[in-house]
Design a protein around this ligand. Structure first.
Ligand SMILES: NC(=O)c1ccc[n+]([C@@H]2O[C@H](COP(=O)([O-])OP(=O)(O)OC[C@H]3O[C@@H](n4cnc5c(N)ncnc54)[C@H](O)[C@@H]3O)[C@@H](O)[C@H]2O)c1
Length: 234
């Protein structure tokens, strides 16, 4: 039902957090369906309204032909039925995850969440974070019940910072849902924009773990090549 409404442009996809990850996704979806781009930073929102990417990755022409409303106002999310959260997940001075932006975004979504809606988290998190930390906040602020009233999924963003060749639409997307129905809807939504298609992970925790494995492997590869470079230079 939500999928059909989005395809018929009777309902919108909402992207929460329009940074390095969120803005490109928002613009890609906005070439196919109606999108609301929400960010708490009013200054950044104003720049995007003028076709300027505050992260300095995209050009003004990338905003052309997009059906998107940029906003920092909660009320503009009222006709969104499919939310994608792409806010930062930094670490604190003790290397512990700082979940403040993620829980803040979950609060925002919770306040406008309706029966039948879907929420997909894209921020990099540890396995269990979506179910143990984010979903209770969605339930608390919406007064709705997870699965019975709304569904949740997790789909990590896999782009490499600085890679201009393998951009968002060209990388196979790992997606997950809280049940078979949500996995199907979430997959079909992403298949609208992802050229190589999606990999349907068996659970939210598996999709969260896939991202951690990938980042760890990339860091190890970089560290190994740095070590070899030092050794060979000697
Ligand atoms: N940058 C990358 O290459 C990359 C790659 C893969 C995954 N990721 C992950 O994607 C997530 C987003 O990272 P990013 O690089 O896009 O961050 P970013 O710092 O570029 O942008 C984040 C945006 O979210 C906004 N924001 C912060 N709190 C908010 C809230 N409560 N509600 C609404 N908007 C809010 C900020 O104003 C900013 O515009 C992180 O979890 C990151 O680890 C990043």
């Amino acid at each position: 039902m939500v999928l059909e409404k989005i395809l018929n442009k009777e309902s919108k996809i909402g992207i929460i957090g329009l940074g390095y990850v969120g803005l490109p996704i928002a613009l890609e979806f906005a070439r196919k369906v109606k999108v609301v781009g929400f960010d708490i930073n009013a200054e950044r929102v104003e720049m995007m309204k003028n076709n300027v990417d505050p992260s300095e990755e995209l050009e003004s022409k990338d905003f052309e032909g997009c059906d998107i409303t940029f906003t920092h106002k909660l009320e503009d999310l009222s006709d969104v039925n499919f939310f994608i959260v792409a806010v930062p997940t930094p670490i604190d001075e003790y290397n512990q995850p700082n979940l403040r932006p993620l829980l803040g975004a979950s609060t925002t979504v919770g306040k406008v969440l309706k029966k039948g809606d879907y929420v997909v988290f894209e921020s990099t998190v540890y396995p269990g974070c979506t179910e143990d930390d984010c979903i209770p906040v969605l339930e608390e602020h919406s007064g709705l019940k997870f699965i019975e009233d709304f569904k949740v999924g997790y789909s990590p963003e896999r782009i490499n910072p600085g890679d201009k060749e393998h951009t968002i639409t060209k990388i196979l997307k790992v997606v997950s849902g809280c049940d078979d129905e949500s996995l199907d809807v979430i997959s079909k939504i992403y298949e609208l924009i992802i050229e190589p298609g999606v990999h349907r992970a068996s659970s939210i925790k598996v999709a969260e773990a896939a991202k951690i494995i990938e980042n760890t492997q990339r860091d190890l590869n970089i560290a190994l090549m740095n070590e070899l470079s030092i050794i060979f230079n000697r």
